[in-house]
Structures are given as structure tokens and as C-alpha cells.
Design a protein around this ligand. Structure first.
Ligand code: P53
Length: 480
């Protein structure tokens, strides 16, 4: 008989990242991370990356929502919500403040011991990202970030330290968050947060990002292998941003342009999952005369460290065309490719196209491609919320977004047969936006009283979506 229900052990959860939630940026021996030098931008305005922390600038991640000091109360709310899993990251600089030390900072290790104990006591499974835009700033300053192969060893040493320490507390791991965000090498912020790289004058950005990405993929593979030695029960995944790119029209060139644009993103998960550099990339490097440095031993490492599952974020889809008289942003994937809006879908206030069918499409596409378990570790709706005079927050637009996406996800499992481990919507509690540094681009089901300038009491309030999601979890997705 065909099952009409999601698996009983489906991991309903919520997701965040350490730098967007913790604050305590220099507490208890923590070092400066790449997120600590990112100023606040705004809707449509990029964040600045400063050389060190400057006295006259506002850095929203320094305090964030002060989870570092309030995690016990917050976990009580997660428990009330019924979360079965909570995805966060370990803030690398709490463990190795500079990144190149041999000995870890015990106070940092103790913090995550306490945090994981608290989650486990609340029956919540920790799902841990090792690197979510929190590379030690020192590794940029002294080594130039992941352009330098020394970072492979620093990352492996850090991962080995925390995987050993938490081997009985954490089962689900991911290596590099949204490693493919930097794919085209054109967005300075993404290159910074993925790789701790700032370009120098005259550098070939694309070539450099291929090198840095490959260095990270090698580091990831080594950690997957090592993690399985530390505890064979570990489930270690990658973490990809999947933004499916559709052909704008039925023009065969648009189909090809969409495929080539997807290749650039798939490059990362193809290596994570298959353990080899795909032919389409080797050909591209050859065609463009790129010299990407890798050894035979590193190729072996890639092969020996393929992931157990594919973790990914899904927020939106995109569209490309090659049709001459249509205006869009130029892209370098296929001759004359442009990215442009999709007339069939609406967008959020930040221009992110809302496309629940795209989630079902992506789940099918990825499952067919890798035949590995999938885990949706981010999905959600960044929106402006209004606190009513009586204190209520009626975020029915967020419920509508999540409901449509959960329906699409259920269809992929129940009708298409996708093997899906869980669903952890993004920013379960309001946090600092990664892209803009805003507090008021909110994703949460729990509101945090703080504005874009950093004012507010930090008080937590349940939104309408809190009660809704509580029912969703309690009924294993039956009541939406
Ligand atoms: P914010 C682009 C496309 C998909 C996911 O983003 C992305 C991005 C980056 O802008 O990032 C992820 O906060 C990332 C999170 C981030 C979240 O999406 O810009 O893993 O750290 O907060 C949402 O709205």
C-alpha cells in the first residue's frame, strides 16, 4: 500500500547560523570572524566588509539576538513548538580564535557542550554546520582565505576537534554552508563569506573561485572520511543553495543556457556526492586556460569522502534566456545568457521569486541526480512583520509561503518517492539577515524585539505562525 504519511522519524525542525543569532562576538575568548567585520546594509544595499572592526561602524552580528546568553529560554520555546531538530553552526572562532592554533579554546567548547545538552534534554536533535560564514578573520589576514591550501588543514583540525568532542551528542553534520553561493565569483559578499577571500586588482575572479571552491571540497571530503572514523553512526552531508534555473522559453538555446547555468552550481554537489571533478568543468578549465592546482592525493581524498546526504536551502527559482530583445542581467554561462524575472511567479519584498513547485522540481532533480537522502535545511519567507497594538503578529503571508512549500515537499515524498530526512525552516526565531544585515527582514515564528539600527528589548514573542507550525509538527504534516 502506498504510504500517505511522511516517515514517523521525519526531522521537523528549525534552522539558524551561529553568527546570525549568538552575538557575544568577543565573549569568553572568541576570536574575530569574517562575519564580525560586516556592516549593516539595507534592502537593495550591500553590506560593507571593513578591514578589522572600526569604532564608528555598526556591526549587527556583534550582538545579534544574544542567543549566546539566552539560549536556555529560547530552547524552551523550541520545545513548546515541538521541534525535533535544531540546525545551527559552531562558530569556528569560539573554538580556534585565530584558526591556526594547535590547542582549542576550552570556554568555546564548553559553550557548545552546554547548548547541545540543553537541546538533547528538550528532545531536540542538533544538526550542525561546521562552517556557516564564520571563518576566522586571522585566516584571511595572514593566509588570504581559502585561496591558500593551508586552510584545508586548519579546517580539518577544527572539524576533528569538535567532532571528537561532541561525538556522542551530535549525529547530523554538514561541512560548508551553501558552498555554491560563490559560484560565479562575482558577488564580493558571497566570496567573502564562503571563502574569506578579497580580490586583488587584476585577479581572475572566476579562476580563483574555482580554486578556493576545490580547496573547500577537498577539506570537506577529508572531514567526511575522518568523521566516519570518529563515529561510524555520523551522518555527514554537504550544504547547497539550490535555486533552480528555468529556461525562459521553449527556444532550445534557452534550454541549453539553463543547463549550463545549473552546471556551474552542480559542480559543487557533483564533487561532494560523486567524488570526482565533472567532465564539463574540466573542459571549461581547459577552454579558458585555467590552472587549478590539485594533486593525485587530493583526487583520492575527494573519492574517499563522499557525503551521506545532500542538505540544501531552497527559497526561490530563477529564469534565463538567450532571446536578444529581452532585457536581463548578463550571465557568463552560455553565449548571450541573461537572467530575468519569471512572469508566472510573484516575488517577496526583497525580489526573491516565490515558487513552491520549484521545490518539488528541485527535490526530484537532485534525487534523480545523486540517489542520496535529501534534507531541506533552509526554506522560508523573509518579510516585514507588524506588531499590532495588542502585541500580536499576524504573519499569515509566512504561513501561506510555508504551507505551499510543505505541500510541494509532501508531494515529492508521497507521490514522487523522494527520500527526504527532514525540513528545518530558516530563521525559526528572528535573526540578522545574512545578505543585508537587517533585523527587519524576518523569517521567524518567534519575534525578537530589535530593529535595523540595533534598538529594542530583545523580547521574544510568538507569532501566529508559531501556533500553526506547532500543529504541523504535532500531526506530522497532516494539518497544514
Ligand atoms: P537572507 C541567496 C540565495 C539563497 C540563500 O538569506 C542565501 C542567499 C544569500 O543571500 O543565503 C542563505 O538572510 C544563507 C543564510 C541566510 C538565508 O539564506 O539574506 O544560508 O545564512 O540568512 C536567507 O535573507
Amino acid at each position: 500500500m502506498q504510504s500517505k504519511q511522511l516517515p514517523k522519524d521525519f526531522l521537523w525542525g528549525g534552522a539558524v547560523a551561529a553568527h546570525q543569532i549568538e552575538g557575544g562576538w568577543d565573549a569568553d575568548g572568541k576570536g574575530m570572524s569574517i562575519a564580525d567585520v560586516m556592516t549593516a546594509g539595507a534592502n537593495g544595499l550591500a553590506r560593507d566588509i571593513t578591514e578589522g572592526v572600526m569604532a564608528d561602524k555598526y556591526y549587527p552580528n556583534h550582538e545579534a539576538i544574544d542567543f549566546y546568553h539566552r539560549y536556555k529560554e529560547d530552547i524552551q520555546l523550541f520545545k513548546e513548538l515541538g521541534l525535533k531538530a535544531f540546525r545551527t553552526s559552531i562558530n569556528w572562532t569560539r573554538i580556534f580564535p585565530k584558526g591556526d592554533e594547535t590547542e582549542p579554546n576550552e570556554a568555546g567548547l564548553q559553550f557548545y557542550d552546554d547548548l547541545f545538552d540543553e537541546l538533547i534534554a528538550a528532545n531536540i536533535e542538533p544538526v550542525i554546520t561546521l562552517s556557516h560564514f564564520e571563518i576566522p578573520y586571522h585566516l584571511y589576514q595572514v593566509y588570504g582565505g581559502f585561496r591558500n591550501k593551508k586552510l584545508i588543514d586548519f579546517f580539518v583540525h577544527y572539524a576533528e576537534t569538535v567532532m571528537t568532542r561532541y561525538k556522542d551528542k551530535v549525529k547530523y553534520w554538514m561541512t560548508f554552508n551553501e558552498i555554491n553561493n560563490q559560484a560565479d565569483g562575482q558577488h564580493d559578499l558571497h566570496v567573502w563569506t564562503n571563502s574569506a577571500i578579497r580580490f586583488t586588482e587584476g585577479e581572475n575572479k572566476e579562476e580563483l573561485i574555482y580554486q578556493a571552491g576545490l580547496n573547500e571540497l577537498i577539506a570537506s571530503a577529508k572531514v567526511v572520511k575522518l568523521g566516519h572514523q570518529i563515529n561510524p553512526d555520523f551522518q555527514i552531508g554537504c550544504m547547497m543553495a539550490y535555486v533552480p534555473i528555468y529556461p525562459y522559453s521553449a527556444n532550445p538555446d534557452d534550454q541549453m543556457a539553463a543547463l549550463k547555468t545549473m552546471h556551474r552550481r552542480f559542480y559543487y554537489s557533483d564533487i561532494h556526492a560523486r567524488g570526482a571533478i565533472p567532465a564539463y568543468i574540466l573542459k571549461e578549465w581547459e577552454r579558458k586556460g585555467y590552472h587549478i592546482d590539485y594533486s593525485q592525493a587530493e583526487l583520492t581524498a575527494l573519492k574517499e569522502g563522499t557525503v551521506d546526504y545532500i542538505g540544501f536551502s531552497y527559497y526561490m527559482s530563477g529564469t534565463v534566456t538567450t532571446i536578444d530583445n529581452l532585457a536581463g542581467h548578463p550571465s557568463n554561462d552560455y553565449p548571450n545568457t541573461k537572467m530575468l524575472g519569471n512572469p508566472f511567479v510573484k516575488a517577496s519584498d526583497w525580489g526573491w521569486q516565490i515558487d513552491p513547485v520549484g521545490l518539488r522540481y528541485t527535490l526530484n532533480l537532485i534525487y534523480e541526480r545523486y540517489n542520496l537522502p535529501l534534507f531541506i535545511v533552509e526554506n522560508g519567507f523573509g518579510a516585514y512583520d507588524k506588531v499590532e497594538a495588542d502585541g500580536q503578529i499576524k504573519d499569515d503571508y509566512r504561513i501561506a509561503y510555508l504551507k505551499a512549500h510543505i505541500e510541494a515537499m509532501k508531494a515529492s515524498v508521497l507521490e514522487d518517492g523522494v527520500d527526504l530526512m527532514g525540513y528545518t525552516p530558516w530563521g525559526i526565531i528572528d535573526i540578522v539577515s545574512f545578505g543585508t544585515g537587517e533585523m527587519e527582514k524576518r523569517y521567524g515564528m518567534i519575534h525578537v524585539d530589535k530593529d535595523n539600527q540595533g534598538n529594542g528589548t530583545l523580547k521574544r514573542t510568538k507569532k501566529q505562525s508559531f501556533d500553526w507550525y506547532q500543529q504541523v509538527i504535532a500531526t506530522n504534516g497532516q494539518t497544514l
